[in-house]
Design a protein around this ligand. Structure first.
Ligand code: HEM
Length: 267
């Protein structure tokens, strides 16, 4: 049998530098890094199996001092602790914020279009469209009562898009070192679960949107934003910056996703 010909494809690859822990030191505050054990020992238990991590019986130190100890209770009850854990895990830091801020003015003009298209998407399916038959907070104009009468240019829809545009702009321009940013994103998650989180929504019926549709919408927004970034010219944004920006968008969207999911999923 003759050998299968091997074809070599040469491509120009952009290199990505994977940096270590961000320099500003956003380690989870309650992580306890015990000193390295001064008494060398291996992680083998009495029955011969390997245990990780092991605790030194003499010094009490963990054999692997780089493992952060995460409190499950604080992950549930403390937003700052949860955010610190997530930021550490996906390595979200100042470089991500800087590239998002750089890209923001370049894609700002497309945000109204992104929001229009998202609503068009949500109107493609009855399960997502019917949620918009309810009255928005602060809106006292006419609302259709039947699904078929609800259109994308209904007065309430035009009004609602303002909030969504504001959220999309915040994704690209927020100060992610501020707890207020995460508190806002967390409230956005909470308000879709039937629980009131924003003071200005105190007097309306609770909003209940299935997590499934929130996650799908986030994925949709992520794809659109990343595509827009990749379509910028190399003069506007270098290839390395595009890679960084696409990564930063993923991270923010995934954090927002967690700030939806945590209110639906009982961990
Ligand atoms: C990408 C995922 C989503 C994000 C980021 C998001 C964000 C928001 C924001 C920022 C608000 C306004 C909060 C405020 O009052 O200040 C809001 C309200 C609302 N959202 Fe979402 N949303 C998402 C998905 C969905 C989905 C999938 C639906 C329905 C299918 C939905 C339906 C609504 C409704 C009906 C309101 C109420 C508006 C009002 O009463 O003021 N959302 N959302």
């Amino acid at each position: 049998m003759s050998p299968v010909p091997v074809q070599t494809i040469t491509t120009d690859m952009a290199s990505i530098d994977i940096v270590d822990q961000p320099s500003e030191g956003q380690r989870t505050p309650h992580a306890i890094e015990k000193p390295t054990c001064p008494f060398p020992h291996d992680n083998v238990s009495a029955n011969g199996t390997t245990e990780t991590p092991s605790t030194c019986p003499v010094s009490g130190s963990l054999s692997n001092p780089t493992t952060q100890e995460i409190s499950l209770e604080l992950l549930r009850t403390s937003l700052p602790d949860r955010i610190n854990y997530i930021k550490d895990f996906i390595m979200f830091g100042t470089p991500d914020q800087e590239i998002l801020h750089k890209v923001a003015p370049m894609v700002n003009d497309m945000i109204p279009g992104v929001v229009d298209d998202l609503y068009a998407k949500l109107f493609e399916f009855d399960v997502t469209k019917q949620i918009f038959l309810k009255r928005n907070e602060g809106f006292d104009g006419p609302i259709p009562s039947k699904l078929e009468d609800l259109t994308l240019d209904s007065a309430q829809l035009v009004y609602r898009k303002i909030f969504m545009k504001s959220w999309a702009r915040r994704v690209l321009t927020s100060d992610y070192t501020s707890g207020k940013t995460w508190a806002y994103m967390d409230k956005v998650g909470i308000m879709h679960t039937g629980v009131k989180s924003f003071k200005h929504r105190n007097h309306v019926e609770p909003l209940v949107v299935p997590y499934r549709d929130c996650a799908l919408s986030l994925g949709w927004v992520q794809t659109v934003l990343q595509t827009a970034i990749l379509q910028l010219t190399n003069e506007e944004l270098s290839i390395e910056e595009k890679i960084a920006a696409v990564g930063a968008v993923s991270k923010v969207i995934w954090i927002q996703n967690d700030l939806f999911a945590r209110h639906y999923i009982d961990e």
